[in-house]
Design a protein around this ligand. Sequence first.
Ligand SMILES: CC(C)(COP(=O)(O)OP(=O)(O)OC[C@H]1O[C@@H](n2cnc3c(N)ncnc32)[C@H](O)[C@@H]1OP(=O)(O)O)[C@@H](O)C(=O)NCCC(=O)NCCS
Length: 372
Amino acid sequence: MSIDSHAGLADIKALESSICEIDQGKLSYRGFDINDLAEHSSIEEVSYLLLNDALPSPHEFKDFLAALKAEYSLPREIVEHITHVPREANPMAILRTLVSSLGLHDPEHDDHSIPARYRRGLRLLAKIPLIVAAIARHHDARSIVASNPDLGIAANFLHCLYGEEPDRETAHLLDTTLILYAEHELNASAFAARISAATRADTYSCLVAAISTLQGDLHGGANQRSLEMLLTMGTVTRVDEYLLPRLKAKEIIMGFGHRVYKNGDPRVPVLRKMCTSLAEKKNEMELIRVALRTEEIMLKEKGLYANVDFYSGLAFYLLGLSAKLFTCVFALARTPGYLAHIAEQRNANKLIRPRSVYVGKSNRKYTSISSR
Ligand SMILES: CC(C)(COP(=O)(O)OP(=O)(O)OC[C@H]1O[C@@H](n2cnc3c(N)ncnc32)[C@H](O)[C@@H]1OP(=O)(O)O)[C@@H](O)C(=O)NCCC(=O)NCCS
C-alpha cells in the first residue's frame, strides 16, 4: 500500500468540526464569512464566537469582556521567570516555556470541569498577549508595562509593548490581523493541539504542543522570513534580480503557496488593502510596490499566490513590531482557535492514533554484539 497521494495527510479529512469552514476559497468561522468579521467585528467578539458557537448579546459580551479584563495581569512568578530567561533566546521558545509555566500557577489547575476549562480559556486569551509583550520588553532590557483595562486585546497588547496607548488606526489594523489569524481549520498546530487534547492532556499541554508546532517556518515562522525577504529586496527594481535566480534554483519563497488555497488566500485582499493604507501614512509605499511585484512574479513563474503570512509580516512591520516577534503574535492571535479545537475535541473525544505503512527491513536475525 502506498501513501504517496496523501503524503503530509494532504486532502485527508481527519475529523468532523463545526468551528471553521474552508469552501471553494471562502473562509468562515462558525458560519460567519471572514470578510464580514474582519470589517465589522473585534477579536474579543470573534473569540466569544469561536468559544461559544454564537455571537454574544450585549449583556453576554459585557460579562465576557469583564471576565477577560479581570485576567489582564501576570502572576508575579511569571514576571520573575521572564526576567531570568536569556535575552537572546528564541521568542517562540520563551513563549512555549512561559505558557507551560503559567499552567503551574493556574489557580484552578486541578479543576477539569467544562466551566473551569472555559475560565481557563479566558485566562489564556488575556494573558498570552501580556507574555508576548513582556518577552519583547525583556529582550530590549525595558521594564514590563502593566495592562490598561480600558483597552481591548489588540490595543492593550500595543500599550504593554510600547508603554503608550496606540492610535485608533494602528490598534484597528492589529485587531483585524488578529481576527484573520484567529482560526484556520485543521492547520498543523491546531491538529497538534487536538492530538494532545484527545489523550485528555490538560489545556496548557495542548497549547504548548500547538505553539511548538507553529514555530516552524513552513507554518507560523513564514511571516518573519517573508518580511525579511521584502526588506532585503528593499526597492521594486531589485525584485526580479532577487527572485528569478532563486526560483530557477527551486528555492522556497516564504509567504507563497498554501496546502489548501490553490487559487489565492481569502485573507490576503483585506490585509493588502489595510497595509497599503498604513504604508501610505508611514511613507513606506516602496515596500508595497516590492510586495506587489513579488506577487506578480510568483504568479507568472510558479502559479503561486501570496498567503496570509506574506501580508501579515508586512502588517506587523508597519505596526512597528520587531520581526523576531512575528510568530509569537501569530500564536497569540491563533489562541482562540486552539481553545475552540481543544474544547471540541474534549467534548466528543476519540483518541487520534493513525497507522503508518511500514517500509523498513523485515525478518532480520539478531546477532550478539561480539559477533557483529
Ligand atoms: C505552504 C506550503 C508548505 C504548502 O506546501 P504543499 O501543499 O505541500 O505544496 P508543495 O510543497 O507540494 O508545492 C507544490 C510545488 O510548488 C512549489 N512551491 C510551493 N510553495 C512554494 C514557494 N513558497 N516557493 C517556491 N515554490 C513553491 C513546490 O516546491 C512544489 O514544486 P514541485 O512540484 O516542483 O516539487 C508551501 O507552499 C510552502 O513551503 N510555502 C512557503 C512557506 C509558507 O509561506 N508557509 C505559510 C503557509 S500559510
